[in-house]
Design a protein around this ligand. Structure first.
Ligand code: DGJ
Length: 710
């Protein structure tokens, strides 16, 4: 932490000796850098001039309980063009944020052709880049590659979401192939929900240069005189405890520095209706699902897509988005009957919306065709269901409409405790009927500024409603939107095996209380894979636990296991959701056919744990990913414990067994490690042989242990 702080403040300080100091080391601008380097800021002034030579004018410091901030006011040497550089160092977490405020008083608008949020020079070395690549239903795959000469670029052009495909967070290992719990690693997260571009440039032999910001493609920002453009924040961290150290810093920052709404709170166990009944919502089915989640010991029921529609019914994904009235053909007694029913069952009630979208088959589109993004004179490109369109969030009237969707629901039904906010469309029509013709290229940016403004309004009025950030799964897992949301939907893929991988990568940057992880059905509808209920529970329990299935289809064994899982999860919830994450054995490291650990003779596993700050309470998760007869087990070394303390292991969510005497499923037998005690030193250096063998005669064995200092 100290090193990072010193680094940034030293960097700033050396720039500030005298008013003619060049701001170039913090903000390389086109016109001030040589031909070898890339600019972080490139503008075309009102008179056509393309150069920018910023010089420091004034520096102020903010020092409060939470952070220190350096604010450097700079001005171009020729034009009335200004950039204020901000560098904020959080005190409780090793995170530094940088961003720029750009303004001018030129005679006409200035064109911002590139406007990054930060720049960092890095020494030469054996640098490796880690970034998440993925896709719908396969989010968060860590991609690790050596940085070479030239420019490495990661970007996303979805327009509305930015975490499917490539995501706006990276790590850079300074010491070769990145390690989980050792080695110097830099982390960076661009706090933005729209298109972005991250570049690592080695354009000469002297070192590397890191840049991150809004993607300039089709986004030249037209800045009017006196208008202030604030770039998104770019958050950096540095750790000499490897990738795990970087992750823990981001998690703590998210929870304690306002980067995750209600970041320090724990979340409820819920059942979401989507994969259980899809659009086939009826009052009877919803009430039955509420009965089930309450019976398991769950705390919240969420009614997903399909509950709304007037003239057009929402029976599939091709109609009614925008018509946010209850479909009384499905729910004759309205939402009140459901919120009352939830209350009777002592659970909370939540509801799905997709506020930024409409369908061509909707009353909203009939009434306001001018509210959708569209290119004048061109045929509309249609998204999901062949009819979906994205609303023009640059338009204040649309912002009011989106606000009113939430406001109406919560005013009429203050009992609604949870909203799932979905976003299932990319921007495909690159025009705003609201923005003037000469500012059309502001669309990609102004869309998100409009969205953020609306979310700020919602949060000002409704700080306590829990809102899930969903975008066809994890398409919006980013720190641009997370401050307004309590959690995000990690993936539409609830196959427990693939979830081990998806959740692993996602945890690189996001804390567990934000990661919605649901127990899916088996065989799983997307993959056809059959997994035991214990494995499905254990995988979901490592984050914010929920269910995504039709409980009516569950066997007695599955029901019994979920009841045990929920009870145990409640006891461990604070530790799991707010503890410090240590990833122990990666599913990815062993999956590589080139890895020397890969052998059918040794079981492939994944394992992670959470430890509290006092290091006297921990929880360990271990998953067997392959099972072959007579495979050797894989020893798991723990991390993050106090070497001098003794920890006792208690197995949790023990696999249920059938009790013939009672003709019922009930408590099963724990494994031989249950009740055993070990020192932290032993657990971290020797490790545990966790029974994950084929002895159960099932694939996908798993174990959870609570570790307590007696
Ligand atoms: C996509 C989401 O990711 C799903 O969970 C579900 O809410 C559907 N949309 C509903 O249309």
């Amino acid at each position: 932490m100290r090193r990072t702080r010193l680094f940034f403040f030293a960097l700033c300080a050396c720039l500030l000796v005298g008013t003619q100091v060049r701001a170039i080391e913090m903000l390389p601008t086109f016109g001030d850098i040589d031909h070898i380097h890339l600019p972080a800021l490139l503008v075309q002034h009102a008179d056509g001039d393309q150069s920018l030579q910023l010089r420091a004018q004034d520096t102020t410091y903010i020092d409060n309980a939470q952070y220190q901030e350096m604010v450097i006011a700079t001005k171009d040497m020729v034009q009335p063009f200004y950039v204020t550089i901000h560098v904020r160092q959080w005190k409780s977490v090793p995170i530094t944020e940088t961003w720029y405020e750009i303004s001018h008083s030129e005679k006409k608008p200035v064109r911002l052709q590139r406007f990054d949020s930060g720049y960092l020079p890095l020494d030469n070395g054996d640098l490796y880049l880690v970034h998440l690549h993925g896709n719908w239903a396969a989010e968060g795959v860590p991609t690790v590659e050596r940085l070479t000469r030239g420019v490495k670029t990661i970007r996303n052009s979805d327009g509305a979401r930015n975490a499917h495909l490539d995501a706006p967070e990276v790590m850079i290992s300074l010491d070769g192939v990145p390690q989980e719990n050792s080695g110097r690693v830099l982390g960076a997260a661009l706090c933005w929900s729209g298109n972005f571009e991250i570049r690592v440039a080695a354009t000469d032999e002297k070192g590397f240069h890191f840049y991150a910001g809004i993607d300039p493609m089709a986004s030249e920002y037209i800045l009017s005189p006196k208008q202030v453009f604030t770039t998104p924040h770019l958050a950096y961290t540095y750790s000499d405890e490897g990738m795990g150290g970087v992750s823990r810093a981001f998690h703590r920052w998210a929870r304690t520095c306002g980067m995750l709404h209600n970041g320090n709170a724990t979340r409820n166990i819920l059942l979401n209706s989507w994969e259980g009944i899809y659009f086939d919502i009826t009052e009877e089915r919803i009430l039955a699902m509420m009965n089930d989640i309450a019976a398991f010991g769950g705390e919240l029921f969420v009614m997903d897509d399909g509950w709304f529609g007037g003239k057009y019914q929402r029976n599939s994904d091709d109609a009614a988005l925008g018509d946010w009235v209850v479909d009384t053909r499905k729910l004759p007694n309205g939402l009140k009957a459901l919120t009352d029913a939830a209350k009777d069952r002592h659970i909370k009630f939540g509801i799905w919306i997709e506020p930024e979208a409409t369908n061509t088959l909707s009353e909203l589109y009939e009434q306001h065709p001018e509210w959708v993004l569209q290119e004048r004179g061109r045929e509309l490109k249609l998204g999901r269901g062949g009819t979906q369109l994205v609303l023009d969030m640059t338009n204040p009237k649309v912002q009011d409409f989106v606000f009113s969707i939430v406001d109406n629901l919560l005013t009429k039904h203050p009992e609604i405790a949870y909203i799932k906010w979905d976003a299932n469309a990319s921007i495909q029509n690159y025009g705003s009927p609201y923005l003037p013709r000469d500012k059309q290229s502001n669309l990609y940016v102004d869309y998100h500024l409009g969205l953020i403004k609306t979310l700020e309004r919602i949060r000002a009025k409704y700080p306590n409603v829990v809102i899930q950030n969903c975008a066809s799964g994890g398409g919006r897992a980013n720190y641009g939107l997370m401050p307004y949301f309590d959690e995000f939907w990690v993936s539409d893929n609830n196959d427990a095996l693939q979830r081990v991988y998806i959740q692993w990568g996602t945890s690189y940057f996001f804390p567990s209380n934000a990661m919605a992880q649901h127990i899916g059905g088996s065989p799983y509808l997307m993959t056809g894979r059959t997994t035991p209920i214990k494995f499905r529970c254990d995988v979901a329990m490592s984050g914010r636990l929920g269910m995504e299935l039709q409980p009516a289809h569950m066997t007695d064994e599955e029901r019994a296991q979920c009841t045990v899982a929920f009870a145990d999860y409640k006891a461990l919830r604070e530790l799991i959701q707010l503890g410090n994450l240590y990833r122990l054995v990666s599913p990815f490291s062993e999956a590589s056919p080139f890895s020397n650990q890969q052998s059918p003779a040794v079981q492939q596993v994944a394992s992670l744990m959470y430890v509290n700050d006092a290091k006297d309470h921990a929880v360990l998760f271990a998953y067997g990913l392959t099972s072959f007869m007579k495979q050797a087990s894989r020893r798991i070394r723990l991390a993050g414990l106090d070497p001098n303390r003794t920890y006792t292991l208690h197995e949790k969510n023990i696999r249920v067994a059938y009790h013939h005497d009672r003709n019922a499923w009930g408590e099963g037998e724990p494994c031989e490690l249950d009740g055993k005690s070990f020192t932290g030193e032993y657990l971290m250096s020797v490790g545990l042989d966790i029974p994950l063998s084929t002895e159960y005669n099932i694939d996908y064995p798993s174990r959870i242990f609570e570790l307590i200092v007696p």
